[in-house]
Design a binder for this molecule. Structure first.
Ligand code: EPU
Length: 308
């Protein structure tokens, strides 16, 4: 529970824009999730830093949220402050030479479009990922490159600007971000901006790559119903993809409440309407159990569960 004084401080600091008990299902692509105790969309760096100061002195947790596209928020909601940088101050985009600088709130499709317009290649893999720059750095968003490999943010990020929990702003070079498969070791720092290092490529060629990627996704994935994209990481090490393992275990169409393993792509769980996080988590456990039984592989979650 937020103390009355802190409640008042947040109202004053945001000019009344803070929202208490904001349903997270309104902010996740899954359309699932209990309430954020306090939801704020800071209008600039100074407001963000002031909010962090209030949270620190009240010992309130702070959770940054991007597009909510890779997220499963528990039914009990998220305690403390949930921060969305989806405001104009964090949506700046600038191309300079072979670098592209984008705020945390910039959508990934806009990054791809701007790079293409500038004749810069290297970030085509971001096409169709329904995320934003901040979340993409945090999750080291990536995909198959269509040539037998993978391509992820760690391949293109040169540096990021972060705000630390104590309010200090720092430029962090890529080598210090601690990128791993679908993860960056940011130690609670909030990403406010990222600089991508790209390379000249004819816009037509970029267009062709994007079209091919999108066509593949449309042909194979379940993009019509609310979901969080792929639920499990691919196991790697030469083992089959998670989607294939789940499919081969005969689990397509398995259902708990309104959560179902997509009959189209087995690594997608879709929300048929009223699914709860509890339904999804029960389905996840059932899949992990069955795949372990059938294939001896433990599938790790790719989707981020909040709170952990
Ligand atoms: N497969 C099946 N049955 C299924 C689904 C897939 O047999 O129901 C097989 C496919 O035939 C293929 C293999 O599994 O041989 C891999 O499937 P796919 O090519 O669809 O790729 P993926 O590994 O499942 C990855 C990313 C996706 C990304 C696509 C783009 C991961 C965990 N997933 O999917 O990312 O969009 O490549 O090609 O790396 C996400 O991160 O949320 C996401 C959806």
């Amino acid at each position: 529970m937020i103390a009355t004084t802190v409640h008042q401080e947040l109202v004053e600091l945001t000019g009344g824009r803070v929202r208490f008990d904001e349903p997270m299902r309104l902010h996740t692509s899954f359309h699932i999730g209990g309430p954020a105790e306090a939801w704020v969309e800071p209008q600039g760096l100074e407001e963000l830093r002031a909010l962090l100061a209030v949270a620190a002195s009240a010992e309130m947790p702070v959770t940054p949220i991007g597009a909510g596209a890779n997220l499963l928020v528990r039914d009990g909601g998220i305690p403390g402050l949930v921060v969305s940088l989806n405001t104009p101050a964090f949506r700046r985009l600038l191309v300079d030479g072979e670098t592209l600088t984008a705020g945390a709130g910039v959508g990934l499709d806009r990054v791809v479009a701007a790079a293409r317009e500038a004749g810069l290649g290297g970030c085509e893999f971001l096409a169709g990922i329904p995320g934003k720059v901040g979340g993409a750095v945090r999750m080291n968003a990536g995909t198959r490159d269509g040539q037998g490999g993978f391509r992820a943010m760690s391949d293109v990020v040169a540096r990021v600007t972060v705000v630390r929990r104590d309010g200090t702003v720092a430029a962090t070079p890529a080598a210090e971000i601690g990128f791993e498969y679908r993860r960056a070791a940011l130690n609670g720092d909030l990403v406010v901006e990222a600089v991508l290092q790209l390379a000249p490529r004819p816009p037509e060629e970029i267009g062709q790559r994007v079209t091919a990627l999108m066509a593949y996704k449309r042909a194979t994935q379940d993009l019509t119903a609310p979901s969080a994209g792929c639920i499990f990481k691919n196991p790697g090490g030469g083992r089959p993809a998670a989607g294939r393992l789940i499919d081969q275990a005969g689990l397509k169409g398995m259902r708990v409440g309104d959560a179902i393993i997509s009959p189209r792509h087995a690594n997608f769980i879709v929300n048929l309407g009223e699914a709860t996080a509890g339904d999804v988590l029960a389905l996840i456990s059932a899949v992990q159990y069955k795949v372990m039984q059938e294939h001896g592989v433990f599938l790790e979650l790719e989707v981020q569960v909040m709170p952990q």
